[in-house]
Design a binder for this molecule. Structure first.
Ligand SMILES: Cc1cc2nc3c(=O)[nH]c(=O)nc-3n(C[C@H](O)[C@H](O)[C@H](O)COP(=O)(O)O)c2cc1C
Length: 359
């Protein structure tokens, strides 16, 4: 039986345990500079000193028009590398690995910070950023979101290149792994889902066509990183809508991703269709991770309402996922992993400087 506090190897990366911080936007950059700052350093390093094995930092835009808000992190230019390197270094000092989530918000880009307003950002409000919002089609996500411009087929190579260049910058910043964000109704997910991709060119149509952009991104990112550096892909394993992307499609895609050098599939769900939200409950997405691991033979991560140490332990011990990712539980308690280790009777991953705290 594997335990939550057993190490895990992904590629050449050794994680000290199977607890990961799920990527969470904090909208904390100086407006439009996309650079990590003291906020990101304390926020992420404190979860590392709190004992998690892997810190996945928030959605980080691969190009300016891929930002959700003007305060998003970015890796679209070389000038953003040094600031991130400082955060990576601080997290690693605390014994955790650092992963950056590379993202393009697609038709969900260009909004205010959630606590400011829900609606899209009018260009004039923020000095005309970004220059436009793009998607697989010109259909918008919801009333109040920007109307996207449908990306032309000839433009997609530049999108792929943006992911590859951002991955190379992440590597230069010293990250241990890169997660490609292909979930939650953002650009790559909207290409995957039949609900949002009605294109009739080589990037639409059947499942193969709709998967093409993500597969090209993965290939380009793989080529931008050292071969031993693991890649994670976050998928929305189900759109929770009849006729949408579903768990069977996820298992098929996971197999293809595994063959192309993806080391772990992070199994989330939803986000493509407004109003399609399923009722979330503890472990509601764990079944997706279990199927990916068992049927596609690729390591998987489970996420979503995992907050109780025994619940997390059971997911790993029962072989339902290789990693558990925690979001809001880690916002509530940066030291969740230390407390969980005490509850489960495992050796707590304390920094050695705090060894006096127990026993
Ligand atoms: C404040 C906040 C920001 C989030 N930002 C991201 C993000 O940047 N990328 C992402 O893939 N998911 C994001 N999520 C989703 C979380 O990673 C996670 O999948 C979700 O919160 C469910 O896990 P939980 O029940 O443990 O919170 C965010 C969630 C929250 C609460």
């Amino acid at each position: 039986m594997t335990s939550l506090f057993d190490p895990l190897t992904l590629g050449a990366l050794a994680l000290r345990n199977r607890v990961a911080m799920s990527p969470m936007c904090t909208y904390a950059c100086e407006e439009r500079d996309g650079r990590a700052n003291d906020w990101h350093l304390q926020h992420l390093a404190s979860r590392a000193s709190g004992g998690v094995g892997l810190v996945l930092c928030e959605a980080t835009a691969v190009e300016p028009r891929g930002r959700i808000s003007p305060q998003d992190l970015g890796l679209w230019e070389d000038g953003q590398v040094d600031a991130l390197r400082r955060v990576v270094s601080s997290v690693r000092t605390q014994g955790a690995a650092f992963g950056v989530q590379l993202a393009h918000a697609g038709r969900k880009a260009s909004t205010h910070r959630p606590w400011e307003a829900r609606s899209g950002v009018a260009a004039a409000e923020h000095g005309g950023w970004p220059d436009e919002v793009v998607g697989p089609t010109d259909e918008r996500f919801s009333e109040g979101s920007a109307i996207p411009r449908a990306l032309e087929e000839r433009e997609l190579a530049a999108v792929v290149q943006a992911f590859a260049s951002a991955a190379a910058r992440a590597d230069a910043a010293g990250v241990d792994t890169v997660e490609i964000h292909a979930a939650h109704g953002y650009l790559l997910h909207t290409f995957l889902s039949p609900l949002t991709n009605s294109r009739d060119d080589g990037y639409g149509g059947d499942e193969r066509g709709r998967s093409r952009l993500l597969l090209e991104v993965v290939k380009a990112v793989r080529a931008s990183l050292p071969a031993t550096k693991p890649i994670i892909v976050r998928l929305s394993a189900s759109d929770w809508v009849q006729g949408g992307w579903d768990a069977d499609a996820t298992v098929r895609l996971a197999g293809e991703l595994g063959e192309r050098g993806v080391d772990l599939i992070d199994c989330s769900s939803g986000g493509a269709a407004q109003g399609a939200r399923t009722k979330a409950y503890p472990n509601y997405q764990v079944g997706f991770a279990e199927r990916v691991r068992r049927e596609a033979g690729v390591a998987s991560g489970a996420v979503g309402q995992i907050a109780d140490p025994r619940q997390a332990e059971a997911i790993v011990a029962e072989g339902r996922a290789d990693v558990v990712l925690l979001g809001r539980a880690l916002l509530r308690d940066p030291y969740w992993a230390l407390h969980a280790a005490l509850t489960l009777g495992a050796a707590p991953p304390w920094p050695k400087h705090y060894g006096w705290a127990v026993g």
